[in-house]
Design a protein around this ligand. Structure first.
Ligand code: 5GP
Ligand code: MG
Ligand code: MG
Length: 183
């Protein structure tokens, strides 16, 4: 779906499909250069990172493998619970691997700082983070992010994998949800 199909559910479009794709190609070029000569294990965080993973992975030229984790830090609302739980773990042994965590958005950073410490304890050669979006709150947390697509404001965004109550993940653009939607 695109923003027009979402009707009045969106207050505005924050980033168009084209802006997202252009930025992902730039990030991929930087990531390629950084890992030149190595193989990289991309770890996608379900479900939000599905679109970022699909497009970033295809823009890369270094050899990659992909695996997925599901963790819960949010319920169906818009606020962090601060609790991280593994719902689905990796199938891959991380020993000696260069791990790149692929995320849709960093808000409080709680999920990612917990996740990178958790993966770091499994004997990888390195653990780094790439995220498409980062909110201002993330600056307050001790989590080092190697690649950021866009620094955005505090509004709750949907689309391109990001949901509100599991909806709008298939929106091509990234939009700001209209306040009346919070119900
Ligand atoms: P953190 O632990 O960094 O606060 O939480 C990150 C997770 O919160 C993201 O992976 C995402 O699931 C959710 N999240 C944070 N901000 C937003 C937002 O603006 N829109 C949506 N749809 N999810 C968000
Ligand atoms: Mg996520
Ligand atoms: Mg969500």
């Amino acid at each position: 779906m695109d923003a027009r199909d979402a009707g009045t559910d969106l207050e505005s479009v924050l980033l168009t499909e084209e802006q997202v794709q252009t930025r992902l190609r730039e990030m991929a070029a930087e990531i390629d250069a950084f890992y030149a000569g190595s193989e990289v294990l991309l770890v996608g965080v379900l479900k939000g990172a599905v679109m970022v993973m699909a497009d970033l992975a295809r823009a890369l030229t270094v050899p990659v493998t992909m695996d997925w984790m599901a963790v819960s830090s949010y319920g169906s609302g818009t606020k962090s619970s601060g609790v991280v739980r593994i719902l689905k773990d990796l199938d891959t042994d991380l020993s000696g691997k260069h791990v790149l965590i692929v995320e849709d958005i960093i808000d409080s950073g709680l999920t990612l700082s917990w996740l990178s410490a958790n993966l770091g304890s499994r004997g990888p050669a390195s653990v780094r983070i790439a995220t498409l979006l980062r909110k201002p709150t993330a600056a307050k947390v001790e989590v080092e992010v190697s690649w950021v697509g866009f620094d955005i404001g505090e509004q709750f965004v949907v689309g391109y994998g990001l949901d509100y109550d599991e909806k709008y993940r298939n929106l091509r653009d990234i939009g700001i949800l209209a306040p009346h939607m919070y119900g």
